[in-house]
Design a protein around this ligand. Sequence first.
Ligand code: SF4
Ligand code: SF4
Length: 73
Amino acid sequence: MQVMCIREELCERCGACWAECPRGAIERREEGGQERYRVTPALCDLCRTEARGPRCRAACPVVGCLVEVRGPT
Ligand code: SF4
Ligand code: SF4
């Protein structure tokens, strides 16, 4: 199963992915005085209908949004 993930170690907390997601699949929350972003897999469709692929990935200024494979393929 493919899921979109946000790589905490690279994320610069700019919010671009959050603003760009058409499905409200990226949650933004405050934790320990810092913004954190997380994808809710149940809401994310990996932007399958978008010609240019995942919008969050395209919007990210670093390589913070990454498709990962989890569980049985
Ligand atoms: S892949 Fe698309 S639907 Fe999924 S989190 Fe990114 S912008 Fe949202
Ligand atoms: S667009 Fe990239 S750097 Fe900005 S909040 Fe999202 S994952 Fe982090």
